[in-house]
Write a protein that binds this ligand. Sequence first.
Ligand code: HEM
Length: 252
Amino acid sequence: MTSRDATEVPPGHGAGTPEEEDYSPILPGRGASDYERYLRTDELLSLQKTPEEMAHRDELLFQTVHQSSELWLKLAWFEVETATGLLRERELAAAIRLLRRANEAMRTIIGLLDMLEQMSPWEYTRSIRPVLGHGSGFDSPGWNGVRRVSPDLGAAFHELRREAGLSVVELYQRGREHEELYQLAECLTEWDERATLWRVRHFKVVERIIGGEVVGTQGTPVELLGGLIHRRFYPELWDARNELTELAKKEE
Ligand code: HEM
């Protein structure tokens, strides 16, 4: 291992010959450096209102949480869609790898919601809500992507399970013999659970900021959001737990 003196200048920052030090941008696009060009920071950072355009300074917080949630949701459903394709090709381990990633993306957006509770309910409803037009989370491309790809993932899983000649209950009873299928079932359970956890967390944010007995920007009663918490992508995976408990009782 080579050690570097703390006072030594790192390569590319004045240490080498002029030829070695040409780190000027080589990528196409806007921006003074390749960092800015690759990440398209000019465009990215102009996607939020400027202070002059803001109805309230907390719009930056509000837009940041929403826009970053959309990015994570885009990644999440993209991974699930690819994982579904891999399952159809019987590449279980590769699919599981991507599903774990999708589940982590979902965990990330659940955490992001904490930030919105930094807003004052009065300032939000008085200043920010009026500038949202008819904007509603029901039109979220990211969440709608999640809702679109999830049933196909379930179908691909059940096809593999049926091929192995197993009911969901049997898969759980003999999980050690069918390690990958078992891991897959758990990934789907996790995905379903995290979608519910996001809905629960979002519902509490809504209750905390605008109240639980009001109507949303498209006229939907907030109570209806509370009802959506009980939706499940894969009810069979949850029902199997009840059956397993009953079966275990019978064996006592
Ligand atoms: C102050 C924060 C927030 C408030 C007050 C709020 C309010 C609401 C309300 C009232 C609804 C019901 C539909 C409607 O009438 O618009 C809704 C739905 C929704 N919102 Fe939010 N929201 C907030 C933050 C967020 C964030 C950060 C996201 C991130 C993407 C989000 C995504 C959604 C989605 C996906 C739905 C549909 C939910 C479902 O299908 O279960 N919301 N929101």
